[in-house]
Design a protein around this ligand. Sequence first.
Ligand code: WT7
Length: 636
Amino acid sequence: MSNYHIKNLEEYFQVYRRSVRNPENFWEEIAEEHFLWRKKWNTVLSWDFTKPEVKWFEGAQLNITENCIDRHLVTRGEKTAILFEPNNPNEAAEHITYRDLYKRVNKLANVLKAKGIKKGDRVCIYLPMIPELAVSLLACARIGAIHSVVFAGFSSTALATRINDAECKMVITSDGSYRGSKMIDLKGIVDEALEECPCVENVLVVKRINSEINVVQGRDQWLQPLLDEASDECEAEIMNAEDPLFILYTSGSTGKPKGMLHTTAGYMVYTAYTFKNVFQYRENDVYWCTADIGWITGHSYIVYGPLANGATTVMFEGVPSYPDYSRFWQIVEKHKVNQFYTAPTAIRALAKEGLSHVESSDLSSLKILGTVGEPINEEAWHWYDDNIGKRKSPIVDTWWQTETGGIMITPIPFSTPTKPTYATLPFPGIQPALMDAEGSEIKGNQVEGRLCVKFPWPSMARTIWGNHERYRNTYFSTFENKYFTGDGALRDEVGYYRITGRVDDVIIVSGHNLGTAPIEDAINEHPAVAESAIVGFPHDIKGNALYGYVILKDTGESRNHENLRKEINQIITEQVGPIAKLDRIQFTQGLPKTRSGKIMRRILRKIASNDISNLGDTSTLLNPEVVQGIIDEVLV
Ligand code: WT7
């Protein structure tokens, strides 16, 4: 286990140097020592970023669920694998042991098989944060079906788009979900989506809120009776290293969402190895990541990474504000959580509510704190460090993406000295580069540029489902022979990285990646709207909030702007989801455009952020005169 657990900075540098000098050797050693293979690989890595094509551990065979479950049964059969904390604090927590998990996954896998799901078929999972969600991912993986989880906060339109893009044959959902004091009718949303989805043959429904559901005969079935009948043994499908494991959608700056495809062996090796090192997981620790499994953070660091390490991973169904703002800290106390991983937006929201909510709980179990999803501001970092970690728990600010599959730039706790707002150093095996606008790499320290990665890593996405050309174009065409992240970053005097934010049209709101295109499409569906553009602007809690510029059709009538604002947000809620609602809407006469007709969001961003002193060169615009007009308009 020489390189599995990094123990100090010197060792980090040693491991890092080796990982860069001989990546194949480095990853092969990790893969050899820590996983269960049905057959070993012939080639560790083959790659070509121009195609792009990347293959790890070719020739190897395995099943990721044997690594996440079966192999732990001998020594950890009675250990809690998933610790489920329900929305309602008065409902008992559920301790699902590795043995229970084995049975539950196998039962569901058998149900899927009986419904005709085979290796390579796509299954859409639209569930709240209940154990069946994790079980569903694993049941798909057990039989080689490709899961496509859609976050249960997405609307029916967003769900339908994703189901159709992946041509899912089945949807696993629930009668509804609890979120704080609210109940959400998930099955109703699925019914609406499926009006547009002819590919779906079966819907399995988990009972969670005991509500009446509409049952479409021949399509919909309650899951529990099927599980009751199913065997708890299901032979694991033997998968090739590069067989697809899952699709997960992320927003792009243009067009429909991108179905990032992750494959089996490399994803497993990388998420397991990063989990172990970034969270320094020890056998009896209780680890909690507050993300939803609907996002990549949940896939990699609630389900696969922790379970591959035989860890106890907490799944929390609820929200940080219910029944009050002390809920997170009460859960930490109740389950004696050792590693706590959350998003800056949650930290800011909790900080705002004051310390009384924190002080009522015993947080002494905490050893390591983590953040992910967006840049963390200095104030939030210190609040977290002072009040949650009591300045003794290192904060790991982990930078990564849906596309990267696992954590890429991060401190190693107790090894890398942390620095507020810095994700610090690349994880072993990761070779970052900062690029200038001309496409050259910027060497040395105290520099800033566009963040790229020069060499493949095992958990990188292999393609965009159904659109390899878009994959090449989005990530591998901006800079020759490099993966382009879409983020800007700076490197300080000691080589630490700080991520400064997106340099494209993706906007991160409360840690959620939102593309401009689907939101603008939704706005434009309003009958009164002629055209629209959205940009991000700084927001105390969400990091960024959305600002919409809307041009109304000229009908000669006067319109009630307040009503229009409500209607526009209503359409966005229906088409994309409530997370994409606009905080501000400015009705305007024109939008600044380039000569090729592209909206100049840079200028709109500045106006939205109240930063109009330096708008840059506007003379190249097709219509420079609209800029002053937009500035002059009063927000009415
Ligand atoms: C984008 C990826 C990775 C899981 C959650 C988000 C931003 C992510 C950090 C961080 C600064 C960060 C980047 C990135 N981001 N982590 N620690 N510091 N920015 O996954 O939805 O694919 O979003 O989130 O802009 O490109 P995602």
